[in-house]
Structures are given as structure tokens and as C-alpha cells.
Design a protein. Structure first.
Length: 398
């Protein structure tokens, strides 16, 4: 690899000069790259020589733009059979967040400063920290695919992620705060009130959500063949995504068996006689026996039940008859999943024993115990630390 100065005369008679790095890439092909300054040429030569030696160097002419690599990445995701929701999310990140800012940039020019500037542009554009993090994960996946295709020699996003060691995730958790009972998680009194007003087709569905903690997608994809009414166990083997397509659970841990209390089993036995029949054999289908829309469950079932149970907040407005208008306190079905977790953790109030973290993880279908403790760890009962320290002190000084 050599660095030399090249001079030439233009057709107009003007003299020009540039510094040229002359080298052979990892494929054995001769490459020339020009720079205005010798300093820049020397820097490139030093970096390129290491990359060629390690077999990771990719010349600019052999690379592609971020937009072109993104198209390859989407094709790979579709060919791998990823869920439609996942591919749709990738396409959205590429079209709305990545391409507008760095789509025309060559992958070989995508260094740490460029990626940091990209992050700043996303934040300055009003995107939330959670969205920025998701887009960065997608960009890292895009670069990983490009690496495998030989379009880039490094994955800058993963280099940055390794340096931060989870700092962004911790910052996001600090900003979001812990789940709070009465704010994010319905109280026991609120759940009792909701259970008391449930009726019709929504009663078995919402009872199952409250006392098994199944995700909304798992409830919508639940089949009668997976409900053992005699043993009072519900088996989770599939889920319905937001496109109403049936697929596997979110993770291997998502496939699980969850015990159901007598009230749920009784409601399901009764519902089975009236449940609309369909080829999919769904427990909670729509009127045609097909997958029910999540929006229908929330707006027609869960939220009206809250208002009827007075688990609602006044808007300050009135209807045409002068009656105050109230809205449901909990907007999404995930609040009931949070309640189930808190109920499992603190069941001593019901005369039973609270479940240990590992069992709670299995019931919730979390991929790791870390996820369970990150979300619900603060809800587990703790001993009296002051009394424990006092006893330890007495034992030490006795």
C-alpha cells in the first residue's frame, strides 16, 4: 500500500494535484482512492491496511448506499419468513426514519460520528427515545445483513452499542418510571368492580385476561383445542398479530400452560355453547368465527366495562342531557396482564402464597427472568430491612 502525489493538467490548462492511496483489497483487486490532503490519505491508508489484513475492508466502489442495502435487508427479512408485523415495522423504520436522513450515504462512509449525528437528527425531529432506540436496532440489523453480503466491513451501530453497555436503555427506564398500581395496574377493588359488571360475549374473554394474564394477541389466537376445561389449564401455542394472521408466540417461552381458576372455567364452559363456529376453532372470535380485532375488544368490551364499573375519569364535558361524560381509566388490555402479574406476586392478601419470580416468569411467558424482574421486581414483597439490620447489629455486638 502506497501514498503518492499525483499532478495533472486539465483541458483548460489548469494544474491540479491530489494524494492517491494505491492498494490491493481483500479480493486481490487493485484500488485507487484520491484525497486533497496528505493527512487524510495517510489516515485512510493506515485504516485500510488494517482492514485488508483482517479481511474486512470494502472499497467505496464495491459498497452500496444505505437505501440500497435497506432494500436487500427487507428482502432477507421476507425470505426468512419473519412475521408480517416485523417486516412491516422494518419497512416503516426504513422509509420514515432511515432513508430520509442517511439513505444516500455510502455504507463505507457510515462511521461513528455519522451515526451519532443521525441519532441527533431523529431526536431533533421529535421522535421519542423509545422510537430512536428501535430505529437504531433496525439500522444495526440492516448493517449486519450488509456485512454478510460483503457491502461493508463493520457494523458501526453494534460498535456504539458495545461502548454504551445499555446506558440508553437505563436512561429510558428512568424516564418512564416503574409501573404504578392505580395508574398502570388496576387495583383489586377496580378489578372486583369490573368483574361485577361483565356480561355477554365480553365476560369470558375479560375474565380470562384478568385471571390468566394472556397477551391480547394470545387471547385472539386461542383455540378450543388448547383449553382443557377438565384440568382447568389453558395452553398457549399460537397468537394473532395486528393483521389478524395466526403465528407462533413471541418467543419459545411464550408457549406455556397457564392454570385457570374456577370462575374462568365456568364462564368458558357456558361460552362454548354460544361461541360462533369457524374453521380456526377460536375461543374468542368475531361473529363470523374469524379473528377478532383488538380495537373491538378494547372499545366495545374493556372500556365500556370500566365505565359501567365506575373505573373511569370525568372529562369535564356533558352529554346532550347534561350528564357528565366519563372515559375508561385504563386504555389498553395490557393493564389486565399487569394486574395478573401483580396478583400472582402478592396473593397472600387472598390467603395464599405469593408466587416466586421464576414461576411468575413462566406464567407470563417472558423470555427471561430479567425481563420479569425489570418490569415487576418492585412489586415483590420485601422484609422489614430496618428490623433485620437491628437484629444483625445486636447479634454482632452481643
Amino acid at each position: 500500500m502506497s501514498v503518492r502525489k499525483r499532478t495533472w493538467t486539465t483541458p483548460k490548462g489548469e494544474e491540479r494535484s491530489a494524494w492517491v492511496v494505491d492498494y490491493t483489497d481483500t479480493a486481490g483487486k487493485r484500488r485507487l482512492k484520491s484525497f486533497k490532503l496528505k493527512k487524510k490519505a495517510d489516515e485512510f491508508a493506515a485504516t485500510a491496511s488494517v482492514e485488508v489484513r483482517e479481511g474486512i475492508h470494502v472499497a467505496d466502489s464495491a459498497s452500496a448506499t444505505v437505501k440500497q442495502a435497506g432494500a436487500f435487508w427487507i428482502t432477507s427479512a421476507e425470505s426468512a419468513g419473519l412475521e408480517r408485523t416485523t417486516v412491516d415495522s422494518y419497512q416503516s423504520h426504513l422509509k420514515l426514519h432511515i432513508t430520509p436522513f442517511i439513505g444516500d450515504l455510502k455504507l463505507t462512509a457510515l462511521n461513528i460520528p455519522a451515526v451519532r449525528q443521525f441519532e441527533d437528527q431523529l431526536r431533533d425531529g421529535g421522535r421519542s427515545q423509545a422510537m430512536v432506540r428501535k430505529v437504531m436496532v433496525s439500522l444495526g440489523s440492516l448493517l449486519a445483513d450488509a456485512q454478510e453480503r460483503g457491502l461493508t466491513g463493520r457494523n458501526v451501530v453494534r460498535d456504539i452499542r458495545g461502548r454504551r453497555k445499555g446506558g440508553d436503555r437505563r436512561q429510558e427506564k428512568r424516564q418512564k418510571g416503574r409501573l404504578k398500581v392505580g395508574v398502570d395496574i388496576p387495583t383489586r377493588e377496580e378489578v372486583k368492580a369490573i368483574v361485577g359488571v361483565l356480561e355477554g360475549r365480553w365476560r369470558p374473554l375479560l375474565l380470562t385476561a384478568i385471571f390468566t394474564g394472556l397477551r391480547a394477541s394470545e387471547l385472539r389466537g386461542l383455540r378450543w383445542k388448547d383449553v382443557d376445561l377438565d384440568k382447568r389449564v389453558i395452553h398457549v401455542h399460537q397468537r394473532a398479530d395486528r393483521f389478524n394472521e395466526i403465528g407462533k408466540p413471541k418467543s419459545i417461552s411464550g408457549e406455556r400452560a397457564v392454570p385457570a381458576p374456577p370462575m374462568v372455567i365456568s364462564a368458558l364452559r357456558e361460552w362454548k355453547l354460544a361461541c360462533p363456529k369457524g374453521k380456526a376453532d377460536l375461543v374468542f372470535p368475531n361473529g363470523l368465527g374469524k379473528v377478532e380485532q383488538l380495537n373491538n375488544i378494547v372499545r366495545r368490551g374493556f372500556q365500556p366495562a370500566q365505565v359501567a364499573a365506575d373505573v373511569a375519569d370525568e372529562t369535564g364535558e356533558t352529554d346532550k342531557d347534561g350528564n357528565p361524560i366519563s372515559v375508561a381509566r385504563y386504555k389498553g388490555l395490557h393493564a389486565l396482564r399487569h394486574f395478573y402479574a401483580s396478583w400472582c406476586i402478592n396473593r397472600p392478601a387472598d390467603g395464599g402464597l405469593g408466587l416466586p419470580p421464576k414461576v411468575v416468569q413462566e406464567r407470563m411467558g417472558h423470555s427471561s427472568i430479567t425481563m420479569t424482574m425489570d418490569v415487576y421486581g418492585h412489586l415483590f414483597p420485601r422484609g422489614d430491612d430496618a428490623e433485620e439490620l437491628a437484629a444483625a447489629e445486636a447479634a454482632l455486638l452481643a
